[in-house]
Design a protein around this ligand. Structure first.
Ligand code: PLP
Length: 365
């Protein structure tokens, strides 16, 4: 069965396990975020590592996004193939093979890449000179997440100087992802910690500018902090990604975007009185942020995932479901769940309206 045969099909008839987008909810998420950024002095550069789907990236751009953010070179290659030009790879690209691919891509698109290491800067500069391409560079600043990034202040300034003097690289500015803040549940605490992180970032920008190097781009932010870091004076763009679908884990923070993504699963076995077995196991939905949540099923609790089976307990001890019925699960972590699938079924009013290939799925190299 080809994708086009699904168009017009009722949701319940899609072969499972299947990733389903509620198109209305996704469209509302896109326009809500775009509307927010239209009203402030910063740009939205959505992170596509969540949806990994060029069709959705183009919708975000059409709604006003300045460009896109990728975490992997492979994702960026897929996006460029569909005509997207303005891309930040918010990650360090290390090693000769990847740097060669980066040069090939820079010949075809307007790229920025993150750096936090002197030798990597030298390797990139040498490659840029040899290839004769333009490559924008952001110095990655550790604003508290303790993942990648040079320390704020002087260590980041030293890297900025090195990029600026590199004969080849185009120093564009800095980035600092406050990933330790985006999921803080208490809004007051999230705001305080977010502003603390942005203070480190913007102080570093000021230091670089005082040394005579212009800083055009200050990039940061996720779904949990778009309205904290976005309006922070000095920040120029936000890399939020999860807002497109909102998963069950993010929903716990109370951030006002709708859950647009579910995994449709079929009940395949019913033998124990309080147990429902589905065809959605850990090969189709991930659990590192907790078990998926059954949409509209207060009395149903996912209690385990095997490779190809999901185990659901009915809190009431009984259920009206029968073998062959379908249920929808909200993934606890959308990004890693999506990476297990080839396509989305876009549904409106209970009917499939579109099928979107997830072309960057698995592009982790
Ligand atoms: C560097 C970077 N920027 C932005 C984001 C997007 O954050 P969110 O998923 O909270 O929207 C991530 C997420 O992991 C990230 O790693």
């Amino acid at each position: 069965m080809t994708d086009k045969h699904y168009i017009g099909m009722p949701l319940q008839e899609i072969d499972t396990p299947a990733l389903v987008i509620d198109l209305k909810v996704m469209e509302d998420n896109i326009s809500r975020m775009a509307g927010y950024f239209a009203g402030i002095g910063a740009n939205l550069r959505p992170h596509v590592k969540t949806h990994k789907c060029p069709i959705i990236a183009h919708k975000q751009l059409a709604a006003g996004a300045k460009g896109i953010t990728c975490s992997k070179l492979g994702e960026a290659e897929v996006m460029v193939q569909t005509g997207i030009q303005d891309i930040l790879i918010a990650n360090e690209i290390v090693g000769p093979r990847k740097i060669k691919r980066l040069m090939d891509l820079a010949a075809r698109a307007d790229l920025m890449v993150a750096v936090d290491d002197e030798k990597n800067i030298e390797d990139l500069a040498k490659a840029v000179r040899a290839a004769g391409v333009r490559l924008g560079v952001l110095v990655d600043v550790n604003v508290g997440m303790n993942r990648c990034g040079a320390e704020p202040g002087k260590p980041s300034l030293e890297l900025a100087r090195k990029v600026h003097a590199s004969h080849g690289l185009t120093f564009m500015g800095i980035m600092g992802y406050e990933g330790h803040v985006v999921g803080v549940a208490d809004p007051g605490e999230r705001s305080r910690k977010g502003r603390e992180a942005m203070k480190l970032l913007v102080e570093t920008k000021d230091l670089i500018e005082r040394s005579g190097i212009p800083v055009e781009v200050v990039s940061s932010g996720g779904t949990g902090t778009y309205d904290i870091s976005g309006p922070y004076p000095g920040v120029t763009e936000i890399q939020a990604g999860s807002y497109i679908f909102m998963d069950a884990h993010y929903r716990e923070t109370g951030i006002a975007f709708g859950c647009a993504l579910t995994l449709l699963a079929t009940v395949v076995s019913l033998h124990l009185p309080d147990r429902i077995i589905t065809d959605a196991g850990m090969k189709t939905i991930t659990a590192e942020f907790g078990m998926p949540v059954v949409k509209g099923g207060e009395e149903l609790e996912v209690i385990g995932l095997n490779e190809e089976h999901g185990k659901i307990r009915t809190r009431t001890g009984k259920s009206s479901l029968t073998v062959g019925d379908t249920i929808e699960l909200i993934p606890s972590h959308g990004c890693t769940t999506i990476n297990l699938h080839d396509r989305y079924y876009g549904v409106r009013n209970g009917t499939v309206e579109a099928v979107f290939p997830i072309l960057a799925r698995g592009k982790s190299v």
